[in-house]
Design a protein around this ligand. Structure first.
Ligand code: SF4
Length: 900
């Protein structure tokens, strides 16, 4: 079943209604879960996990489960736009082709650039790379995947000679030890974490170690959490290598037979040793020795690494420090034993396969390899492939600011928010003479600076393939017609190529492009690399449509059907040997700032929230940006829980809510990466991050920068719920989020005196003559307002000199409510009142269960385990993403009960 129809027994009038069933893939993270989309005759869509997909076997996380809620058209870009005016496709594409052609003619191929995305499908990615490198003749195409896994790519190539992930997801389940380093798997790759936790439930002896400066949900669910100082990863794993050698845990035969460079790497590791690891990590000798002994004695060990390793100025060395320990023990590509890079994006791997990075050629080829260049040149029928790498993401926008880039095409990404020195990126976009943005969303912080906007088809509207973190290629299939004039990215790229006068862009059907990509992978790699899709090179259109998830390599002779790689110790490096790499780069940091700034994801949001912010239940988990800060630091700065703080550097400043927690180390803060100018006054944390990069991979150090934190001098705080979008002008702080029947708004202002009623009316969009219920409390200086029209609540506002105590979930539920269900007295008091439950902040997005409901059930003694909470309240019983949080609430509440 790929696309099929089934009868919906719930069809009206007893007549079954036809439902179209489509098997597709989740567009969010690198786990790459299979999704079944059901489209009813009325156009409504529901989604479920695909039980037959080998990445998730039917599971979906909170984000995946909410996919159907993100399909609305309210924010969609529906037609081309030139200089703010609606245009035809012909007008827009002709203009784009002409401006790129004239820039190349006048200033050379390197004066233009593409900045694309791990959201693109492989076929679209292939066309973008072919157009830029093959025909325009520049390597100036880079991708937001540079921000997530370029260090893993560089580390793989140094150690293996190829960009190969040796293991499979199953390895996490059958390992005896899983080390998660720089990975908040529970929040960032939830379904893989659920698979791991299910394996742990079956085999409690499976030990999970989390290495992370922050106590994350993943750390809460682990057997051991090593809260290392940021930047000490190389020291930790170098110390481990020295320990493996000292304790006789090195697989000497494997090292001798299959590797190079062991002695150099060991000498560097010995120079650090246990003492160096203790000094750098801040852990005790006992903690580190315990971890080292565990690693040494457990042959079935998987080390999972992700952004906490990659997003650093020494990210590539961190990757190799991890891989060194696996090479030393021969634990690579064997059942339950491998280093394992997990990618952030759904198609970061596909982008790597087609050469979406500025330093790659197509099909894992190398730009500086004569043989690769000759084969690709012959295949594309071109004569001037670039010989040197193009500009990597950070350098690309620096060049743009300097005036070296005359025309830019951005596809499916939002660099004005996601790149470091994000304000500098905005300056670069302003400086570029011609900016084209192809996107799904009409208004993003990047689209605001576009000369031309091109409406792209979204998930569910386009066809192609993606590759997940275990090298598994899956189909994304369309089940909706693109709305308005939106078109697939591949069609847009082919049209630009054709209109620039290039051959090779006549066929843009995804099946044809996939075949071309597969043929090229075979021609380039059949004898040189493991990325070979030769066995898929002759797929018919129908076979492509029905393609089942498959891991590469897929050799033409059927000799390598995916699975684990390098288990035999052989690589595609010269001589077929794997390579140890002695770390060499020093950890670089911005010079000033009291705190180490860590940035990252939260559980229910994705990237710059263009999709996930559309659903109230995902926004109900965490509705505003925050800064986690240690209690000792907060005390020293006069920062109390829930007050507002500035987080700043010489590059920029954000204003976010303080979250005082010992989950971060003293001297460290954490701020989520998702918020933009669309939803906050100043919440773009990457504007604070310095544009430092790893010198080998070019990956920005989005973690481990420096910043200062101070109390934000707000004198007015407030919260509002409104049916209509609230006004935000003049507010010094705001965070906007959707509610089920409207919006919710956190706000604050720096103002000596404020007319509370005037402010409430402005936020609610009400004139001075419209009726507004007002209650003031002179003793606290607080004000509450409610707007009721025809007996229904249209909005409510709470204003005070301190952060206002209001049950947000209850207030949002009251929107649009009328008659006896409208609890006006309770609403104005900010809580439901006696006899009415106040669920509190949402913990379980699937069943809308709040923290207070869980606490109450624990206090009442009805739920004393996570499973009991699932049975009684349903919380955590669907996608499971919230189970670590439920456990933390459970443990905290139980502890409170014991100490009372
Ligand atoms: Fe999508 Fe969640 Fe699966 Fe990632 S883990 S692919 S976000 S359903």
């Amino acid at each position: 079943m790929k696309r099929d129809t089934e009868n919906d027994a719930a069809g009206s009038g007893g007549t079954p209604a036809a439902v179209t069933v489509t098997r597709t893939t989740c567009p969010y993270c690198g786990v790459g879960c299979g999704v079944i989309a059901r489209t009813a005759a009325d156009g409504s869509v529901s989604v479920a996990g695909d039980p037959a997909h080998p990445a998730n076997f039917g599971r979906l996380c909170a984000k995946g489960s909410a996919l159907a809620e993100t399909l609305g058209l309210d924010d969609r870009l529906l037609h081309p736009v030139i200089a703010g005016q609606r245009a035809t496709w012909d007008e827009a594409l002709d203009l784009v082709a002409e401006r790129f052609r004239s820039a190349v003619a006048e200033h050379g191929p390197d004066s233009v650039a593409f900045y694309v995305s791990g959201q693109l499908l492989t076929e679209d990615y292939y066309l973008a790379n072919k157009l830029m490198k093959g025909f325009i003749g520049s390597a100036n195409i880079d991708t937001n995947s540079r921000l997530c896994m370029a260090s893993a790519v560089a580390g793989h190539k140094r150690a293996f000679g190829t960009d190969t992930v040796p293991g499979t997801y199953e390895d996490l389940e059958i390992a005896d030890l899983v080390v998660l380093t720089g990975s908040n798997l529970a929040w960032c790759h939830p379904v893989l974490h659920q698979r791991l936790m299910a394996a742990k439930a079956e085999r409690p002896e499976l030990t999970i170690v989390v290495v992370d400066p922050r106590r994350t949900a993943t750390a809460d669910a682990a057997d051991l959490h090593l809260a290392i100082q940021p930047g000490s990863d190389v020291a930790l794993f170098s110390g481990l290598l020295a320990h493996l050698d000292r304790t006789g845990a090195v697989d000497r035969a494997f090292v001798a037979e299959h590797t190079d460079g062991f002695e150099d790497a060991l000498a560097a590791a010995r120079a650090i040793g246990l003492a160096g690891a203790v000094a750098a990590t801040g852990l005790t000798e006992r903690e580190i020795s315990g971890f080292y002994d565990l690693f040494a004695r457990t042959s079935r060990t998987v080390t999972v690494f992700s952004q906490g390793i990659n997003q650093a100025a020494d990210g590539t060395d961190r990757v190799n420090a991890v891989i060194n320990c696996h090479l030393a023990t021969g634990r690579i590509g064997r059942p339950g034993a491998s280093p394992f890079s997990i990618t952030g994006q759904p198609n970061a791997m596909g982008g790597r396969e087609v050469g979406g990075l500025a330093n790659q050629l197509a099909a894992h080829g190398a730009l500086d390899d004569e043989e690769d260049r000759a084969r690709v040149q012959a295949f594309w029928g071109v004569s001037h492939l670039p010989k040197k790498p193009g500009l990597k993401a950070v350098d690309l926008f620096t060049a743009m600011r300097d005036g070296r880039i005359k025309a830019l095409l951005v596809m499916a990404t939002n660099p004005a928010d996601s790149l470091p020195d994000a304000d500098g990126v905005v300056e670069a976009l302003k400086a570029c003479p011609f900016v084209v943005v192809a996107d799904v969303t009409a208004e993003t912080d990047t689209a605001a600076h576009a000369d031309v906007l091109l409406p792209a088809a979204a998930w569910g509207e386009k066809n192609g393939t993606v590759t997940n973190s275990e090298r598994r290629i899956s189909r994304q299939r369309a089940f909706l017609e693109p709305p308005g004039e939106a078109r697939p990215d591949g069609w847009i790229l082919s049209e630009i190529g054709r209109r620039m006068g290039y051959p090779g862009f006549d066929e843009s059907s995804p099946a044809a492009v996939f075949r071309e990509h597969a043929v090229l992978s075979h021609r380039l790699n059949a004898d040189r690399r493991d990325f070979d899709l030769g066995g898929l090179a002759t797929l018919s259109d129908a076979a492509y449509d029905g393609l089942e998830p498959v891991q590469w390599p897929v050799r033409a002779d059927g000799s390598a059907p995916g699975g684990r790689l390098m288990g035999d110790g052989r690589s595609y490096r010269a001589g077929g040997r794997l390579r140890f790499v002695a770390p060499a780069t020093a950890q670089a940091r911005t010079p000033s700032g009291r705190f180490v700034l860590n940035t990252g994801r939260i559980r229910d949001q994705w990237h710059t929230m263009t999709r996930t912010s559309k659903t109230p239940r995902l926004m109900g988990h965490i509705a505003e940006p925050f800064c986690q800060i240690h209690p000792a630091d907060a005390l020293s700065l006069g920062i109390e829980p829930a007050c507002l703080v500035t987080v700043s550097s010489p590059y920029g400043t954000v204003v976010v809510r303080a979250q005082v927690t010992d989950g971060v180390l003293p001297g460290n803060v954490f701020v989520p990466m998702h918020w933009t100018d669309r939803l906050t006054a100043r919440g773009r944390v990457d504007s604070v991050v310095a544009p430092l990069v790893d010198p080998i991979s070019g990956q920005p150090a989005l973690k481990g920068g420096r910043c200062d934190v101070a109390r934000f001098p707000a004198t007015v705080f407030g919260f509002a719920v409104t049916i209509h979008k609230p006004a935000r002008e003049g507010l010094d702080y705001f965070a906007l989020a959707p509610a089920k029947k409207g919006f919710r708004l956190e706000f604050a202002a720096v103002s000596g005196a404020v007319d509370a009623e005037a402010l409430a009316r402005r936020i609610l969009g009400m004139s001075s003559s419209e009726p507004l219920i007002a209650v003031a409390d002179a003793s606290t200086g607080s004000h509450r307002f409610a707007a009721v029209s025809h007996g229904r609540l249209m909005g409510a506002v709470w204003i005070g000199p301190e952060p206002v105590a209001v049950s947000r979930a209850f207030a949002a539920e009251q929107l649009g409510v009328g008659g006896p269900d409208l609890l006006l007295a309770g609403l104005l008091a900010g809580r439901p009142g006696a006899g009415r439950a106040d669920g509190g902040a949402v913990v379980c997005s699937c069943f809308d269960v709040g923290v207070k409901t869980i606490e109450e059930a624990v206090r009442a003694g009805t739920c004393l385990s996570v499973d009991e909470i699932g049975r009684h309240l349903k919380a955590g019983s669907n996608c499971g993403s919230c189970r670590p949080e439920i456990k933390r609430i459970l443990d905290t509440t139980k502890n409170c009960l014991q100490t009372v």
